[in-house]
Design a protein. Structure first.
Length: 366
């Protein structure tokens, strides 16, 4: 009986170690560990962090809901950035595109204190998204046709984008009093789940469909690994590169709707500020390498939630807002180090040496 128990314990231990070994090699290991560490820190040091209340109007309220609400635009932005980085590119203009989209929708709705929009609500939304798509077309044209390096090509719109948003708003903060505009960043009456979360969920489903049910995902990975080989294999590399930047612009335009709705205004100076860095950090934290190739949609989503949880945690413990970029910079450096081939080789050598010592010890005991 005792020997059976020992055998069962050893079997359970082997299964557990095998599961941990597989998890450590998974692309979701790093973002899940980071998110778990943040949640554990909040559970210990931030009282009431996980409290969720139901308000009189039926809406959910609490820090976890606030994190999911605030990270919805970041998730949408990061999904577009994932495809761009998977092609060995980068789009650092998405924050400025968010500002342009915010300025567009608020300009079309207007700042009439009576709440009467200048143009129909649907028209304002469509033009805001169209503005993001046009920005993506510009970036895609520069990268795919003119063959300008992605960092330089998107740097143009990074600098010019906020100027365009300032021109659209005449340098003013346009406050929108049209009531349904609040529903994008808030809640549709009768629905306890924030609309932004539903929009993020719909975008995730769209990306998963594109990745799993079409050949788009395979072509993006092929282009990211080797453009010349992809061209010889019959893939239209120019079209793929153009499409990923257009999609990134579409995602940025959608995120701009959420960001402007959260504050019910267009602030060209602050809308989307530093969001490009958060999006890149989310993608890299999720396991997608900056050199292109394989990407991980699930990792990107968890990475975005982790970045927003980090931001909320810093505010909760009293860290000044001007210190947040420094904290995120440390996170990015740590991620890059952990993902580097040199570090992985060092870690693998350490594990092999440890395993050899364990085997030598067992042999000596035997």
């Amino acid at each position: 009986m005792r020997s059976q128990r020992l055998t069962s314990c050893r079997l359970l231990q082997e299964i557990t170690m095998d599961m941990l070994r597989k998890f450590s090699h998974s692309s979701l290991a790093l973002p899940l560990v980071c998110l778990g560490a943040l949640l554990l820190f909040n559970a210990i040091f931030v009282p009431g962090f996980f409290d969720i209340q139901v308000m009189d109007n039926g809406n959910l309220y609490g820090r976890p809901i606030d994190i999911l609400r605030r990270c919805s635009s970041l998730i949408i932005l990061s999904l577009g950035m994932t495809f761009v980085i998977a092609t060995a590119g980068v789009d650092i203009s998405v924050g400025a595109v968010v500002a342009i989209s915010s300025a567009t929708v608020c300009t079309f709705l207007g700042g009439d204190i009576s709440g009467t929009p200048h143009y129909p609500f649907v028209v304002a939304i469509l033009f805001a998204i169209l503005a993001g798509v046009l920005c993506g077309v510009w970036n895609g044209f520069l990268v795919s046709k003119i063959k300008i390096q992605a960092m330089v090509a998107t740097l143009i719109l990074l600098q010019a984008g906020r100027g365009i948003a300032q021109l659209m708003t005449d340098g003013q903060i346009i406050t929108v009093y049209y009531k349904p505009f609040e529903w994008i960043g808030g809640n549709i009456p009768g629905c306890p789940i924030p609309t932004s979360m539903l929009m993020a969920f719909a975008m995730v489903l769209l990306v998963i469909f594109m990745d799993k049910k079409t050949s788009i995902g395979t072509m993006i990975q092929a282009v990211g690994i080797n453009q010349n080989a992809s061209r010889y294999a019959g893939i239209n590399v120019t079209l793929v590169l153009f499409a990923v930047y257009v999609f990134s612009g579409f995602c940025a335009g959608t995120a701009g709707l959420i960001e402007s709705s959260l504050i019910r205004a267009a602030d060209a100076n602050n809308a989307g500020l530093n969001m490009e860095m958060d999006a890149i950090c989310s993608v890299v934290l999720g396991g997608t390498l900056m050199i292109g190739g394989r990407y991980y949609i699930g990792g990107t989503i968890i990475g975005a939630i982790t970045i927003q949880t980090l931001t909320t945690t810093m505010y909760a413990v009293g860290v000044p807002s001007e210190c947040l970029p420094a904290v995120k910079a440390v996170v990015i450096i740590a991620i890059i180090v952990l993902q580097s081939q040199k570090f992985k080789a060092m870690f693998q050598n350490y594990r092999l040496k440890k395993l050899d010592k364990a085997q030598e010890k067992e042999a000596a005991n035997a």
